[in-house]
Unconditional design. Sequence first.
Length: 246
Amino acid sequence: MNAIELKLLRNAEYLQYVKDYLGIINLNNPTQLGIDVKLSTFTNKISELESLYKKALASEKTQELLLIDERRDAAVTGLNYFLLSQTYHFEITKRKNAQLLLDNMNLYGSSIARLNYQAETATINNIIRDWENKPELIAAISTFNLTEWVYELKTSNEEFNTKYLSRTQEYGDASPETIKLKREETNVAYYALRDRIDTLHLLVETPPSPYATVINQLNALTDQYNKLLVNRTDSSVSGNAENPTA
């Protein structure tokens, strides 16, 4: 049967290829072909790989994280704009207090809401720690009655961190290294099945071979994915390749 460099397929492509391969075989009466044992192993490995891949791509916790992240972004952005507006207050004391809080926020960088998840969590923790422990900042917050705002920022940040850690534990089983290992296991099952079909086909003494149809169909599938790899190489040479992330 036609060969393909499986390692060159990105995760999504690889998963689709082996699923298509499995689908074609299942349409050709595998029991009658005498390949049930190898096919069962291949099927199980594909299921395990697909489960890991789906877990890495999407999680209920991911959607929850996005919502909580929007909450804390809104809180930190709202506080920033409020304090910025108060730096123009007609009362000198309020102008000074607003600038005091803004300066403290700026100690930890600008555009806090645009930081990556972990950096934003750490930054907000630092700000909250200062605002809860430094007398002059506590007084400034009291001046503007910002206790509820600060509570919302602290609570949403803590909720985000708890959910993020929970998702990280969930993703541990679906790390890139784990998926790589599962791909290798699937490769072993793939080659065992492919070689089994090839061997049985070669052992047929009287044509036509009952394996000819499925082999032709599998070769046609493999050719399609080989063209995909060739086109990617051509694009890479011309400088238009996609980012090779799986």
